[in-house]
Design a protein around this ligand. Structure first.
Ligand code: FRU
Length: 488
């Protein structure tokens, strides 16, 4: 099949999906499959966000780029397909990449995947440009960064996901690369967007392949985020056997990134490939793919015609070495009806009456905790919880258990392995805390938990029987300043 932007847009316009589980406040494509967010940027008065996109089926396929814009990070408009895999250098896919504004134009740098003459699949970095932020033209001299520019003998197959930085250190392109013994982030220096030279390694020793690097300054430090295709061997626990989404906090010195701190960004089952943008007011905003490789979500096996959504955009900050994530403040514009309770004393089960919405936000502080576990139950109906958020004050473990899902998320082997994640996601918080602040976003098929003032996040898909949702509380504690906020 010959892929073009026009034929993809025509297909999208003439087909529909079953929208039963489509999120109310999270981004999804109109039809088909999305994975990584790409090219997150601010250009001429709007946010732009692109995606890894296969419009024709709700499965991963030859990658296109889809495109949305937004004035405020919350209401997004689908613009259409920006790139289709139709050139010799990107015939097998336009893989992930970033965007940059320069000289009033919007530039995309992405990975073109193709076969060389000998049947070897190679990945090289390509350029496309737009004057209006809508229609993109690929550069006729593509690829701009070839696999041959890597040091002799380098792997040519896993060399992808370019990130552009244009700052006081000059114009640089960072990309993920599979090294001989370990993965690393390689750096190229540009004299222009067309001319690049290999400069070295920003950081090595990162698993075997650190996909989707993002690298940015935050509060005087440098932060590197990346997605590991296998677990680091330092004893830390991550999402599942095959994937770990981590950040390093440190400082770049003489082109090398010295990092002393590695942690997971989000320990939920469904968080991958995050990208950030610097907002015009200076905030650093992150968005991630709210699904995971190696699994089939119910909207796939129920044949709803779409798969994949993105997290709520999150504001990032640092507290010491710790990354703090909170839903962007713009989400408040979507706040609908609010029910507020100053204090609820829970002793056994407390059921919230008639609190039903397709998407809602639940904010509360747990206090005066007695007994072993305090539980927030997300309900199918009055009786059964499809997901339970539990805090064990003695151990300090916060867990999100989605084993009560009506429609299960299934493990499905793929080229990234099967998702070994079980239905339990856990994060270690300090034990014995007197209070625990929680901010929970529930949409038609997802749960995002921000705990302990944003120091911990858990993002997981979770499917109730239908889209009617409420909650109840179980245990022995007081729920302070509880707010149930309708978002849909
Ligand atoms: C990460 C990833 C990227 C690649 C893209 C392909 O999820 O594997 O490394 O560019 O997906 O769709």
């Amino acid at each position: 099949m010959e892929y073009t932007v026009e034929s993809a847009d025509r297909f999208i316009a003439s087909h529909a999906v079953d929208g039963r589980f489509q999120p109310a406040v999270h981004i999804t494509a109109p039809i088909g499959w999305i994975n990584d967010p790409n090219g997150f940027c601010w250009y001429k008065g709007s946010y732009h966000l692109f995606c890894q996109y296969y419009p024709y089926k709700p499965v991963w396929g030859p990658m296109h780029w889809g495109h949305w814009t937004s004035p405020d990070l919350i209401s997004w408009t689908w613009v259409g397909v920006a790139l289709a895999p139709n050139q010799p250098y990107d015939r097998l896919g336009c893989f992930s990449g970033t965007a940059l504004e320069r000289e009033g134009r919007l530039w995309l740098v992405y990975t073109g995947v193709h076969e060389d003459g000998q049947g070897e699949v190679i990945q090289e970095q390509c350029l496309a440009v737009s004057d209006d932020g809508i229609r993109f033209e690929k550069y006729e001299g593509n690829p701009i960064v070839t696999a041959d520019m890597l040091p002799p003998g380098s792997d040519r197959h896993d060399f992808r996901d370019p990130k552009l930085l244009d700052d006081e250190r000059g114009l640089r392109l960072f990309a993920a690369h599979r090294g001989k013994s370990s993965g690393h982030i390689v750096v190229f220096r540009g004299s222009s967007l067309y001319d690049w030279q290999y400069e070295g390694e920003l950081k090595d020793g990162i698993s075997t392949m650190p996909e989707c690097p993002d690298y940015f300054p935050l509060e005087g430090r440098d932060v590197l985020m990346t997605c590991l295709m296998d677990q680091p061997k330092d004893g830390l626990r991550f999402q599942n056997e095959h994937h770990a989404v981590v950040y390093f906090v440190g400082k770049e010195m003489d082109g090398r990134f010295a990092a002393d701190y590695l942690r997971s960004i989000d320990l939920g089952q469904d968080f991958y490939a995050p990208q950030t943008v610097k907002a015009p007011d200076g905030r650093r905003i992150m968005i991630g793919w709210m699904q995971m490789w190696g699994e089939a979500a119910p909207n796939f096996y129920l044949k709803h015609g779409w798969q994949g959504a993105y997290t709520i955009p999150r504001e990032l900050s640092l507290e010491g070495n710790e990354l703090i994530q909170r839903p962007v403040r713009e989400l408040e514009k979507r706040h609908g009806r609010v029910r507020a309770y100053e204090q609820i004393c829970v002793n056994g089960l407390w059921v919230a009456e008639e609190l039903r919405a397709k998407a809602y936000r639940l904010q509360l502080t747990l206090g005066d905790m007695q007994g072993r576990e305090q539980v927030i139950r997300l309900k199918d109906d009055g009786a059964q919880a499809y997901a339970r958020l539990c805090y064990d004050r003695t151990s300090g473990v916060l867990s999100l258990d989605r084993s009560g899902m009506y429609w299960p998320v299934l493990a499905m082997p793929g080229n990234h392995g099967a998702n070994e994640a079980h239905d339990l996601a856990q994060v270690q918080l300090p034990a014995g805390m007197e209070t625990l602040e929680l901010d929970i976003l529930v949409d038609s098929c997802s749960i995002e938990v921000f705990a302990h003032g944003g120091r911990a996040a858990l993002t997981s898909l979770a499917y109730p029987e239908d889209t009617v949702q409420g909650f109840s509380l179980e245990g022995q504690f007081t729920a302070e300043k509880l707010r149930f906020i309708e978002l849909s």
